[in-house]
Design a protein around this ligand. Structure first.
Ligand SMILES: N[C@@H](CCC(=O)N[C@@H](CS)C(=O)NCC(=O)O)C(=O)O
Length: 215
């Protein structure tokens, strides 16, 4: 795989899971180089990439500073938060809440909204049962997020890796045929995060696909 003189090599693509890590790296200001892995061309199956990401998915990082190689966006976010002491409380209830909502993203938002993209956006009309099932699940998850954000600014109180993991998936609300106006707390949270300069920079990695979608 290409390496660089940067502290961290990030292997990524212009998808929600990839953007989680570029946004995090921009937020904490670590020196990194992004290497595109074009999943439309099956570059994720290259033997060199499989050595750092055996599940053949982006994102993955190599941190030359600590001699660490990692796949799985949730694990990478926790690693970077612990390395920098940023965006996750170091102990107590606040740390647990951050991990709780991060795991909710990894087990719910990511896999379920990913299915919505496949069935609702890319293959409409081919599997009505799946379309209905995953659209219902999307509405349920958006409702859970809206309720979570009713009495707090960010998912775990302060802005954290839970928000960084979730926001890029919500930025595909148009793929999911979701109307953010139905979820006013999600909309307020979405716009606040979209306004962050680090998020705007991270969103454009590894290439600029256009502006952040606005509701
Ligand atoms: N649980 C993984 C999911 C990563 C994932 O699904 N990556 C997609 C792009 S968003 C991918 O690389 N797909 C290529 C493939 O499935 O072959 C994570 O959070 O890092």
């Amino acid at each position: 795989m290409p390496e660089s003189p940067s502290m961290i090599d990030l292997y990524t693509w212009t998808t929600p899971n990839g953007r989680k890590v570029s946004i995090m790296l921009e937020e904490v200001g670590l020196d990194y180089t992004a290497h595109p892995v074009d999943i439309r061309k099956d570059e994720q199956f290259a033997p060199q990439f499989l050595e750092i990401s055996p599940n053949n998915k982006i994102p993955a990082i190599v941190d030359h500073d600590d001699d660490v190689s990692l796949m799985e966006s949730g694990a990478i976010l926790i690693y970077l938060a612990e390395k920098t002491g940023r965006l996750m409380a170091v102990n107590g209830k606040a740390r647990l809440e951050t991990i709780e909502w991060l795991m909710w993203q990894m087990g719910g938002i990511g896999p379920m909204l990913g299915q919505v993209h496949h069935f609702v956006k890319f293959n409409p009309g081919r599997a009505p049962y799946a379309e209905e099932r995953f659209r219902n699940e999307a509405h349920r998850l958006y409702g859970v997020l809206d309720k979570c954000l009713a009495d707090r600014e960010y998912m775990a109180g302060d802005y954290s890796i839970a928000d960084i993991a979730t926001w890029p998936w919500i930025s595909r609300f148009d793929y999911q045929a979701m109307d953010l106006n139905e979820y006013p707390n999600v909309k307020r949270w979405y716009l606040a995060i979209a306004a962050r300069p680090a998020v705007q920079r991270g969103y454009r990695v590894p290439s600029d696909t256009g502006p952040i979608p606005m509701p």
